[in-house]
Ligand binder design. Structure first.
Ligand code: FES
Ligand code: MG
Length: 574
């Protein structure tokens, strides 16, 4: 039994609690309720580390979180702190209707307000699935309370007839073959059972893995932890070490804003490009940075993209999987190879700079997975920002997942007015479409549909059956980080708020130039003006109440990170 080592502090544990009335009484009351949980004075005299958990029966990626949280608790205790875990909402990517993107900001608000409201000295944020890491970091950046991000880590791969499978790039490949009639119903059912065979986040460099790597590059996670598989013992050690670090942070009080500077955001963008990361990360990083009053600009993205080779050979742009990336050296190996392309003197949450961390880290790496600068996967970065009269506030193309033969191309627009229109006509046998056409999807942006991952417009069945594998596709939607193709995304402003995308008609000519970073609708300004006068905004079944109402009324466009306008810092100039 623990000894009662000190008398109750008459000022009590009253951080955050009592800003009105009798402070002594409130502290006494709080101690009394705290004691109902069995804590001793010894426990209560220690720094309180909040562990922000996000497990749910609807979140396969967080299935092993209880064990990971126990490891964090162990780390906190061993370092002399008091761990107190508490839940927030949980966003399991495959299970949320209409799209998890609608709820990222809700989770960010939950995380922010619960950290602000409860008496914690520092926090460990435990999460992994796509929207979770951005939501947790957006929230904690706004509170600016000392914090460590701990990701759940990726799944291991499965296999089918000797071929490795990982969610969810291989899901798409097999589904494409199935749609083209090359894979049978029995085979696709067998593949379905072998794509996602362990707990953890998707096994490729999708959004979850990308955000894990960016958290590490930003300096808010322990170095070397982003790629550790969920089921690996190192993951639990990362948990224990994150708990210990949070105790140190509770004592030093170093806030995220001291780590996440403009240079750190540039580092994160650099790493995003070098890992061939997800397009979604541009939106999330923008939203996260803006919470600290920092900007992520299209011109910076393009400049960095031209001077950053893709070094990591992972699906969907390359060959390998996250477990290989971990074995190959993970994010520190990438940062070491990028060398002076990075701001190595940026501090991290550990108190050490990247330069100091690299000096202490084993320099070995597997250079088939993390390539050397002189032999990269691609000489330039994976993502570019486009602009032009079709995307005045920008658009994104993941060139590393696209067909270079389509980079400089012009095509005839085949327009789908909405998600429903797309679903109804994309497989119609009489769809008027040729392989060189550009597929255009409207009204799938943040305001219209909460920006689902509908940008991965399927190849129309009539073309898929002819063997067409890729064509230029564009929309105001997003695309899964695990998808690939010549796909222009995040067109802003979106069609539903009157962006020029709303004015595109069947048969218009559109020109894409990756070289010039441009996306042009080849229709005269006069004609566009006439069309604008005739344009009738879509009238969606307007949500009249609750969170849907809040979301629709306050969500910002993709170039602003799709955050809520009222969540921006009041003093920011971003
Ligand atoms: Fe959670 Fe892919 S479903 S990371
Ligand atoms: Mg995803």
């Amino acid at each position: 039994m623990s000894p009662e080592i000190s008398p109750p502090d008459p000022r009590g544990i009253d951080n955050n609690l009592t800003h009105y009335g009798d402070r002594g009484f409130a502290a006494y009351l709080r101690r009394s309720f705290t004691k109902s949980m069995g804590y001793t004075e010894n426990s209560l005299a220690r720094p309180t580390v909040g562990i922000v958990t996000s497990e749910s029966g609807f979140n396969n990626c967080h299935r092993q979180m209880p064990e990971l949280v126990r490891a964090v608790e162990r780390g906190v205790l061993l370092a002399g702190g008091l761990p107190v875990a508490f839940p927030t909402i949980s966003l399991g990517e495959p299970f949320l209707y209409p799209t998890s993107m609608k709820f990222r900001n809700l989770m960010a608000m939950d995380v922010e307000e619960m950290i602000r409201a409860q008496p914690v000295d520092s926090v460990v944020l435990v999460g992994g699935c796509d929207k979770t890491v951005p939501a947790q970091l957006m929230g904690v950046f706004s509170v600016d309370k000392p914090a460590v991000q701990l990701v759940t880590g990726p799944m291991m791969t499965g296999s089918y007839h000797g071929e490795r499978l990982g969610a969810c790039t291989d899901c798409r490949r097999f589904w494409g073959w199935y749609r083209a009639g090359e894979v049978s119903t029995e085979q696709i059912a067998a593949v379905e059972g072998n794509l996602a065979t362990t707990s953890g986040t998707c096994a490729v460099m999708g959004t979850a893995s990308t955000m894990a790597c960016l958290a590490e590059a930003l300096g808010v996670s322990l170095p070397g932890t982003a790629a550790i598989p969920n089921v690996h013992a190192d993951r639990l050690r990362a948990g224990e070490n994150s708990g210990a670090l949070a105790v140190e942070l509770a004592r030093t009080g170093v806030p995220p804003s001291a780590v996440v500077t403009g240079e750190a955001v540039t580092n994160a963008l650099r790493v995003l490009l070098a890992i061939g990361g997800s397009t979604n990360a541009v939106i999330h990083l923008t939203a996260m940075a803006r919470r600290l009053g920092l900007a992520v600009g299209a011109s910076e993205l393009n400049e960095l993209s031209d001077s950053t080779p893709v070094l990591v050979d992972l699906k969907p742009s390359g060959e390998h999987y996250m477990e290989d990336f971990h074995r190959a050296g993970g994010v520190p190996a990438v940062i070491r190879e990028l060398g002076e392309l990075m701001n190595l003197d940026c501090p991290t949450v550990t108190g050490r700079t990247w330069r100091e961390i690299l000096a202490e880290t084993d320099p070995w790496r597997d250079d088939t997975v993390v390539r050397p600068l002189r032999a990269p996967v691609s000489a330039v970065g994976g993502i570019v920002s486009l602009s032009g009269n079709l995307a005045p506030a920008g658009a994104i193309l993941k060139r590393s997942a696209a067909d270079p033969r389509l980079f400089e191309s012009e095509g005839r627009a085949v327009v789908f007015e909405s998600l429903a229109d797309l679903a109804e006509r994309i497989d119609a046998p009489d769809l008027d479409v040729e392989p060189g056409d550009f597929l255009v999807l409207k009204n799938a942006g943040p305001v219209a549909e909460a920006m689902p991952e509908a940008g991965y417009i399927p190849i129309p069945k009539v073309l898929a059956e002819q063997g067409v594998k890729d064509m230029v596709r564009m929309s105001d939607a997003r695309m899964s980080g695990t998808a690939y193709g010549t796909i222009v995304l995040h067109i802003a402003p979106e069609a539903a708020v009157g962006g020029p995308l709303a004015l595109v008609r069947n048969g218009d000519r559109i020109r894409l130039s990756v070289r010039d970073r441009s996306l042009e609708l080849l229709v005269s300004a006069d004609e566009l003006e006439q069309r604008r006068e005739q344009w009738v905004p879509p009238s969606p079944a307007a949500p009249e109440r609750g969170y849907s109402r809040l979301y629709r009324d306050h969500v910002l466009q993709a170039d602003e990170g799709c955050d809520f306008d009222f969540c921006q810092p009041v003093t920011a100039e971003v």
